[in-house]
Write a new protein. Structure first.
Length: 204
């Protein structure tokens, strides 16, 4: 299996000062157990990564026409007092199995009203994913490591690079995967929403 086939890229933000569009390129891996995640954390510092943050997020996803088939995401994320609505458009296949997605974010001051509005507009609640995330960063090459524990699903790793050169970013991510001895971990392109839905279906 070509590891490139499980990498994904998405337009994340525009760096207006330099008139460049930065792309978020990431690889998602599945840990077999929590001990593997702990073992990884113990060696991140020796590879130049520093602990950045730890948080718990509750992501409520909403349904709509062809949202699952086209991997369209409409969600409200709650993290402490911070609430944000995100829309990610349909995935557009590119060469080597890569995907590009439009992403729009809007800070929400009144989540209760936002939920009622989405329901009234025909976007019912689909599922809520509770995620605990630890983030490590290596400033030398703008690489991020995220260890995510998804309630009722499992433990995952995301290696992420923000770059205006996606090709170089993919090479960088694969090198990090090799350096951290993670090439044996299974890769997944399914979003956490779909993984949660699959888990619920299997346990029902």
């Amino acid at each position: 299996m070509n590891p490139d086939n499980t990498l994904k890229e998405g337009i994340q933000t525009e760096k207006a000062s330099q008139n460049q569009i930065l792309k978020e390129v990431e690889l998602r891996l599945t840990f077999n157990n929590e001990q593997e995640a702990i073992a990884l954390e113990s060696k991140l510092q020796s590879h130049g990564f520093e602990f950045h943050s730890e948080s718990t997020e509750a992501d409520t996803y909403f349904d709509g026409p062809n949202f699952i088939e086209d991997k369209i995401c409409l969600r409200v994320r709650r993290r402490g007092d911070f609430v944000e609505m995100t829309y990610k458009g349909p995935s557009h296949a590119k060469e080597n199995g890569f995907f590009s997605k439009e992403e729009l974010n809007l800070k929400i001051e009144d989540p209760e009203t936002a939920f009622k509005m989405l329901s009234a507009l025909g976007f019912p609640e689909l599922v809520t994913v509770t995620k605990s995330r630890k983030t490590y960063k290596r400033s030398a090459d703008n690489t991020g490591i995220m260890i995510d524990t998804i309630e009722g699903v499992g433990v995952f790793l995301e290696i992420e690079v923000m770059s205006n050169d996606p090709t170089q970013a993919r090479r960088q991510i694969l090198q990090v995967q090799k350096d951290l001895e993670l090439t044996n971990l299974e890769r997944t392109v399914l979003p956490y929403r779909d993984l949660k839905l699959n888990s619920i279906s299997q346990n029902s």
